[in-house]
Design a protein around this ligand. Structure first.
Ligand SMILES: *Cc1c(COP(=O)(O)O)cnc(C)c1O
Length: 224
């Protein structure tokens, strides 16, 4: 077991519980995804021992290698949260339970029909297209495209709070964008937002899926 891992996980979970209480929300509404990118497969094994059910990865090569190494962990759910090339979509669908980063029609159209994959459309809150995510003005059309894709089930909207703004305001903005998506797909009520440094603000603004890495795993060791 990696030193300090159990303590950091317990600490983050206590903070999630406190933030739910402050927001008047139920803890059960929230899925806590531990982002394990750049960490070895053994860390995921340790996390599963500690009761973790959902992990997040942002690069296909790394994720598929870990998935193969951890094939015995049959009930673990894998969330793909990174930018994705269309020609990798079908490969990601083999191991991912949820893809959080659908950001363009070509990617939505690149998944096969089966198995049906849960997904989020990602909105970019910055002016930098390199950050990933669709521009807010493109979001409704993207949601329509996902709704029409037979292999995708739209859960909601995903975003990363930009470094340069108050995260609470950024998450409030995501909520507004999500309302427009819900006008297209009424069942798409989920919000994937909140990372190590801002998950409490995200909970206050209605996050249903938290993507928390370094606050639980410690510093990323392999790279980045
Ligand atoms: C790395 C990553 C996270 C987790 O970041 P931390 O700051 O380590 O919690 C969440 N979401 C995405 C999209 C990421 O790439």
């Amino acid at each position: 077991m990696i030193p300090g891992l159990a303590e950091r996980l317990a600490d983050v979970d206590a903070r999630i519980t406190d933030a739910c209480r402050a927001a008047g929300r139920q803890r059960a509404e929230i899925t806590r995804i531990v982002v394990t990118k750049f960490h070895p497969a053994q860390l995921i094994r340790d996390l599963v021992t500690l009761g973790v059910t959902d992990v997040g990865e942002n690069r296909h090569q790394e994720a598929s290698a870990k998935f193969a190494e951890l094939a015995d962990l049959a009930s673990l759910r894998w969330h793909f949260i990174g930018q994705l090339q269309s020609n990798k979509a079908r490969q990601v669908a083999r191991y991912a339970t949820v893809v959080h980063s659908i950001d363009r029609p070509a990617l939505a159209n690149a998944f096969g029909d089966a198995p049906v994959l849960d997904c989020f459309v990602q909105v970019n809150l910055t002016d930098d297209p390199g950050r990933g995510g669709a521009a807010p003005s493109e979001l409704d059309a993207l949601a329509e495209c996902v709704a029409a894709a037979p292999g995708l089930n739209l859960l909601g909207v995903m975003a990363v709070a930009p470094l340069e703004v108050d995260p609470r305001r950024a998450f409030a903005e995501v909520r507004q964008h999500a309302e427009r998506v819900r006008a297209v797909v009424p069942s798409a009520t989920a919000l994937s937002m909140g990372m190590s440094h801002d998950f409490e603000d995200a909970i206050l603004e209605g996050a249903t899926h938290l993507r928390i890495g370094s606050a639980i795993t410690g510093e990323r060791v392999l790279r980045g």
